[in-house]
Ligand binder design. Structure first.
Ligand code: HEC
Length: 133
């Protein structure tokens, strides 16, 4: 009987953490798919179709080493004001006129998730692709 209770608790715990994860992903992922993947790629590797024709390669958001050096504040600024305002390429557009502050913060949560997802196996990428259009 004791074992049964413990198993049930474990299952409940697992279920809870999975749904917390999906919730966190929700909005930011959708926004990212709509506005960013053209250049950054659906998995965030910087390999989107529009990015290929640019002289500067769009950032690889799955590169944890690089991403960990960027503060949330920096990410917020570059997404809001574009690359040029942060001394980066102007091929990274400014989104402040398109997206609300809250939406940009949701995208940042999503980007952070990309570099944390275990240094991205191909599996993680193809899962992301399902939402793409
Ligand atoms: C038109 C293509 C394009 C689109 C669309 C685009 N980006 Fe970028 N992005 C770039 C390029 C090019 C760079 C690399 C700039 C550089 O290295 O100088 C970049 C760099 C970045 C960086 C890295 C900044 C750094 O300091 O390394 C972040 C973060 C970023 N983009 C986020 C986004 C987000 C979020 C969106 C969607 C809201 C988006 N980008 C949409 C082209 C694009």
């Amino acid at each position: 009987m004791k074992t049964f209770v413990r198993l049930t608790l474990t299952a409940a715990f697992l279920f809870q953490s999975v749904s917390a994860f999906t919730q966190e992903e929700g909005g930011g992922k959708r926004l990212y798919q709509s506005y960013c993947t053209g250049c950054h790629g659906s998995g965030g590797k910087g390999d989107g179709p529009a990015g290929k024709s640019l002289p500067v390669k769009p950032a690889d958001h799955t590169d944890a080493k690089k991403m960990d050096q960027l503060t949330d504040n920096h990410l917020f600024m570059i997404i809001t004001k574009g690359g040029a305002a942060s001394g980066k390429s102007s091929h990274m557009p400014a989104w402040g006129g398109v997206l609300k502050e809250k939406q940009i913060q949701e995208i940042i949560v999503h980007i952070r998730g990309l570099s944390r997802a275990g240094n991205n196996s191909e599996k993680g990428v193809s899962k992301d692709r399902q939402g793409g259009n």
